[in-house]
Design a protein around this ligand. Structure first.
Ligand code: HEM
Length: 417
């Protein structure tokens, strides 16, 4: 479905054709306007690998303490904050929306919760769940991969960690969609009111779970968060806990779904690669990294300049919103040889920025990698001749200015004994 590279003046990241296949537009921007001022929003988009790394490593000049989602929704964001304040907990800025040194208050405590050993302990449960989900469709010889596999896998893992009944996975998806909605695209006031009602429902559920874990700690992420303390710092307040959960749910769920769906679509398009992975499953780890580079689930995120900054010859004025485009950086020929080719044996495989870089690099990367690796190891060993069962729609990606979620992926396959 690749289009030819558009001219700079033809590019709009609100256009569904570009949202569905942004890579030709990134090519144009990296070459001709590496620091591109989006005409629709006035945001500055940074697309070259070196520039993206520079922005991520300089939180003093490129702050994360921004309220960009407010500016995307205009007055609507006040409506949302008022509803949350009156009937729940209004949004406060934590972790991803803070700069050092405040950021480290959140990061240090969360690092205790997202440790390698905790994820290792989850690995058998992840493997079991992967197999159960595959059992659910393997005999049919076909499935809709997004809803039957890519959504439930990370959804159930997080739901179990936060104490939600995994059977309530659709409720959980509804919450995650509502929490993400105001960041994705401009909404009408009615839509904002509707998603805020759903977020209130999630907040009240979570508040009960926090209370329960304070009284009866278990070995899960939620208990870790509620009871974590460092040095003589106060435990997190209810507002902070609500906001941290918001970030874990939005950051950890649909990103992993998107990675799984795009990975499977790449396997459909590359049958030789499926054979190669099956013959040597140790290569699955490389495929995971290369698929994250090639189709980055988080296309870009936001920063705000604290001073005038010169980047690749363009001066970005102080107080401007900057979009750091991880996905464009990951296809930059200035850093990756033949960047538009999918190559699991490439040099610099591990240098992609799909999980970000610098102080805000993804805190859930270990968990995401465990889920992805476990999934592909099982999928390539239980399925062969994987093909599309119905053609992809013209716009296969859910509308968003920063995520890259596949709407559907109907596949058929032969079951391996
Ligand atoms: C393939 C899946 C994932 C991708 C592509 C991804 C991507 C990212 C990226 C690009 C960032 C950097 C944000 C920034 O610079 O502002 C980030 C941060 C973060 N991610 Fe992930 N993520 C994934 C999975 C997860 C999971 C499973 C969790 C948790 C369960 C998670 C939780 C977070 C949190 C809380 C942050 C903020 C960290 C901070 O600000 O210090 N992510 N992620």
């Amino acid at each position: 479905m690749s289009q030819t590279a558009p001219r700079v003046d033809q590019i709009s990241f609100l256009n569904p054709t570009i949202q569905s296949d942004p890579y030709p537009a990134y090519h144009t921007l990296r070459d001709e306007a590496p620091v591109y001022r989006m005409p629709e929003t006035g945001f500055y988009m940074v697309t070259r690998y070196e520039d993206v790394r520079d922005v991520l490593r300089d939180p003093r000049s490129f702050s994360s303490d921004i309220r960009v989602f407010g500016s995307l929704q205009g007055e609507g964001s006040n409506v949302q904050q008022t509803m949350l304040k009156e009937r729940g907990w209004e949004h406060v800025q934590t972790l991803q929306r803070t700069d050092p040194p405040r950021h480290s208050r959140y990061r240090k405590l969360l690092n205790q919760v997202f440790t390698g050993p905790r994820v290792e302990a989850l690995a058998p449960r992840i493997r079991q769940l992967v197999n159960e989900l595959v059992d659910g469709f393997i005999d049919k010889g076909e499935c809709e991969f997004v809803s039957e596999f890519a959504l439930p896998l990370p959804g159930i893992i997080i739901a179990e960690q936060i104490g939600l009944d995994p059977k309530e996975i659709l409720t959980f998806k509804k919450w995650a969609d509502a929490m993400l909605a105001t960041a994705q695209n401009p909404l009408t006031p009615e839509q904002i009111a509707q998603v805020t009602e759903t977020e209130l429902e999630a907040q009240h559920y979570l508040a009960k779970v926090f209370e329960d874990r304070r009284q009866n700690p278990r070995d899960d992420i939620m208990s870790g968060l509620v009871n974590a303390t460092i040095d003589d710092e106060e435990p997190y307040s209810m507002h902070e806990l609500q906001n941290l959960m918001h970030q874990l749910i939005t950051g950890g769920y649909e990103t992993t779904t998107s990675a799984l769906s795009h990975g499977m679509w790449l396997l459909v398009q590359n049958p030789e690669l499926v054979k190669e992975l099956r013959n040597d499953v140790s290569l699955v780890d490389k495929f995971v990294e290369e698929s994250l580079r090639y189709k980055s689930p988080v296309q870009g995120l936001f920063r705000q300049t604290t001073r005038d900054v010169d980047l690749s010859g363009t001066v970005i004025p102080a107080e401007s919103v900057v979009i750091v485009r991880f996905a464009a950086a990951n296809r930059d020929d200035r850093h990756f040889d033949d960047a538009d080719a999918l190559d699991i044996h490439r040099e610099k495989l591990g240098t992609h920025v799909a999980f970000g870089a610098g102080v805000h690099r993804c805190i859930g990367a270990v968990l995401a990698r465990e889920e992805l690796q476990s999934a592909y190891r099982v999928l390539v060993s239980r399925m062969d001749n994987i093909e599309l069962a119905s053609p992809m729609p013209e716009h296969p990606i859910e509308p968003s200015i920063f995520l890259f979620a596949l709407k559907k992926l109907h596949i058929k396959f032969d079951k391996l004994a």
